[in-house]
Write a protein that binds this ligand. Sequence first.
Ligand code: BDP
Length: 693
Amino acid sequence: NDGYKLWLQYYKIDNPQSWQIDKLTQYKVNGSSPTLDIIQGEIQRASQGFFSPKPEGSSKNPKLLISKISDLDQKGFLLDSHKIKELGPDGFAIQELGDKQNDKTTLITANTDIGLLYGTFHLLQMIQRNTPVPKEGVFQSPKIQHRVLNHWDNLDRTVERGYSGFSIWNWHRLPRHIDQQYHDYARANASIGINGTVLTNVNANSLVLTPEYLEKVKALADVFRPYGIKVYLTARFSSPIEIGKLSTADPLNGEVQNWWKDKAKEVYEYIPDFGGFVVKADSEGQPGPHNYGRTQADGANMLADALKPFGGIVMWRAFVYSENTPDDRHKQAYNEFKPLDGLFRDNVIVQVKNGAIDFQPREPFHPMFGAMPKTPLMMEFQITQEYLGHDTHMAFLAPMYEEVLREDTFANGKGSEVSKVIDGSLHSNSITAMAGVANIGTDRNWTGHHFHQANWFAYGRLAWNPNESSEKIADEWLRLTFTNDDDFVTPIRKIMLGSREMVVNYMTPLGLHHIMARSHHYGPGPWVTGGSRADWTSTYYHQASEQGIGFDRTSSGSNALAQYAKELQTNWGNLNSIPEEYLLWFHHVPWDHQLKNGDTLWEGLAKHYQKGVDEARSNIKTWESIKNKIDGERFAHTLSFMKIQAEEAQWWRDACLLYFGQFSKMPLPQGVEQPLHNLEYYINYNPKNVPGI
Ligand code: BDP
């Protein structure tokens, strides 16, 4: 098993029960459409996998009926009109009809074909997990409207921060050749409720907006449509100059505005249901409204006006910061966007990364989430592990996403969690979205590490329902992907759930951040300093000296803390009340500062690093203990990556403790192993010294 089938394994069910068999052999799909064909195909594929030999079926007395509400004989006979409305365009209901045990029919119903597709995937997953439909039925609708993947894929098929091969978009062969993988990609996304894909890198290339490329984009959009997936593109702000031959891209210039209006019209001629544009402007060298003395709102609104007649939206990124500002990078996006609250068109949504710096293993939530009541904000999570060990380190990210979503912004008083900001309920926004930076590439198993498939899965599940629990997600993913055997699921679920914290421990414990190697961001680099931008170095963030370590973001330092609600300022501003996982994010503290358990900061730091290493090692043992429970191929592949992870956890520990130990001048506490090499060795060791990484 090479993992290509992801969580859609549809592996054989031992001793299937009649409720499982009947539904998939005696079913009926009402109506016809490309999406309904996909549903039929999915059921056939599943029953072939689940049951062997495949039982004969008939649709005369269906035990499973899949039908839109509008196609049911007695319209909505199960659901009142309120419930039907609540289902919305994407929701579904699964209910058992009839009272007699032997005469039960399961109904999957929805307002749209796409809702039926989601419902079908849901039921098939329940069958694989041997979980019968509960008496009260299943009733689900997504809490977020636009659930999109962001591909940082370039037109030359390299993937920025991609660690599992090249881009799956083969632009050279498109539009004439449609690879099967495009269907498989769409199917996998639909099975977890993802309904949009941004095909291109945020560091955008305007070529994608030329007719040659729009033809190719159209070909992909045509494949994705019946799976309910809309296509979006990144728009390079200077496109009017680069491909439009204009002399400016000033958003207040009439010619520029018309160019974008014409461009939008042209895009919709190719792709009538085109989703819209994602824009990275005025950041890390990307052009933007600043080039013309204009605001982010001026830029976003110009594009919004162009897309408006066709129903498109603009996802305008808040990742705006500059090396020319002396201010703490943490504060810049908030300072830039807060004054613009309420000034964006109604088809603009501002896309905010989960934290204010950049996808670190742990960051407090971005202060913008508590500060823009008049502007819809969307969440941007990173699924690809730029800062969490790239392809080889297992880090199940659902607990990280969950942690951010559950944080309280206090924007409208207690209970104003980030999840309520982005699902639109806190400020009654009419447009809601979530983006996940994809970890998908041409590797046979899509994501490099088999367990990184779980992060794609988890992202989809949390975009559908930001209140879903990590534990449930991990459990279901394991059961669908490997086996329903509890002897496998229980220990491995535990590994998964602890894996992100383990990575935090061996990389950036106690609120440390951005101390990795320069540019490729793989491996430790606390010594990184100098170069073109201070805010791309480690010394800028950890501020280690003989006096102590940590970034003072309280009022005695950069005061980024003032961007959060009063309640958080009080809690996080105080050394006694701040949760220790954020300690060095907000405070510069002396090496002998006493932690809650009585250890000094230095001892605590060292023990966290050691704990991370110990866990990475013990995970190997646990994995070895389940050897006979799953196929050899995925077992061996995962084992090999786990060994790399344990070695590299040690590398992180040794390099960081040697480096910081120069300042603390304190011995390693008991139980923390001595480093294998000296500091110089680690400074010169660069296993990713490979062009292009
Ligand atoms: C950083 C990445 C860089 C991205 C940038 C972004 O290092 O490659 O282009 O974020 O999100 O994390 O725009």
